[in-house]
Design a binder for this molecule. Structure first.
Ligand code: MF3
Ligand code: CO
Ligand code: CO
Length: 264
């Protein structure tokens, strides 16, 4: 017996709208990611744009989380709290936005770079992006969650990076974090078999060094235990009859950095 919800074509329309708004926020913020801006300022800009789009910032107040977005810099893996820290040349950061539109969730994140990051940082971002897309390309009815985890893990470890084990993707829909847990590591041919109508995120967190994590005393910020660089990309998608529909694609073709956008 499976407790995983199946969403209808009509439901997909709602998810598509929410996903579009979430993706738009990441598009919108792109030209602001520059040397000297603080992550709190980036959060405020995202928050305002979410409200202008008649959406609700899902993270704000979620289990007491203090902001509209998570902004995870350099060795921060996820759930970074926006702060007065100013961006400096060479920083890499993940901005993770989740919005609610008419009750439907759209959850997505991308990496951004400031100035000229190291070659290692660029490689990490490239591998993390590829890991997400390799996984999404597999998604269709009949594959199992373990196939997704295995594809990500074998690709990433082949590139000598590591896959974070302590956080995972998740079912979503009208609940932020629902079943199933979507692990980014595992064994082919194991786990839940996908069916049309399932809706979930894939959001691999990839580290240069150890996959081990440490939670900071603020109760949110997750860093790599060895403080090595970490990267993440996330999409929300729904399983169709013959593949999947990504709900959170950029509306203006921004996939991975460097993003070719007009500087404001
Ligand atoms: N958006 C994150 C995810 O991908 C969850 C953030 S929860 C928060 O699932 F409370 F930290 F905002
Ligand atoms: Co998510
Ligand atoms: Co997210």
């Amino acid at each position: 017996m499976s407790a995983v919800k199946k969403y209808s074509k009509k439901d997909f329309e709602g998810l598509r709208k929410a996903g579009k708004v979430a993706a738009h926020i990441l598009d919108y913020i792109t030209p602001f990611v520059q040397v000297g801006i603080t992550t709190a300022e980036l959060d405020k800009l995202c928050h305002e744009e979410i409200l202008r789009n008649n959406a609700i910032p899902a993270c704000l107040g979620y289990n007491g989380y203090p902001n509209a977005t998570c902004i995870s810099l350099n060795h921060v893996i996820c759930h970074g709290i926006p702060s007065q820290r100013k961006l400096v040349n060479g920083d890499i950061l993940n901005i993770d936005v989740t919005v609610i539109v008419n009750g439907w969730y759209g959850d997505t994140s991308r990496m951004y770079v400031v100035g000229k990051p190291s070659n290692k940082a660029k490689e990490l971002i490239e591998v993390t992006y590829n890991a997400l897309m390799i996984a999404i390309d597999l998604v269709r009815p009949g594959i199992r969650l373990g196939d997704i985890g295995h594809a990500i893990q074998s690709y990433v470890e082949g590139k000598k990076f590591s896959v974070v084990r302590d956080y995972c993707g998740h079912g979503t829909g009208k609940i932020f974090h629902d079943e199933p847990a979507v692990l980014h590591f595992g064994k082919s041919g194991t786990g839940l078999e996908l069916e049309p109508g399932y809706v979930f995120t894939i959001e691999p967190m990839i580290n240069v060094g150890t996959y081990r994590t440490r939670l900071l005393s603020d109760g949110w910020t997750v860093i790599s235990a060895d403080r090595s660089l970490s990267a993440q990309f996330e999409h929300t998608m729904g399983v169709t009859e013959d593949g999947c529909e990504i709900f959170t694609n950029s509306l203006i073709g921004l996939t991975k950095p460097p993003y070719d956008v007009q500087v404001k």
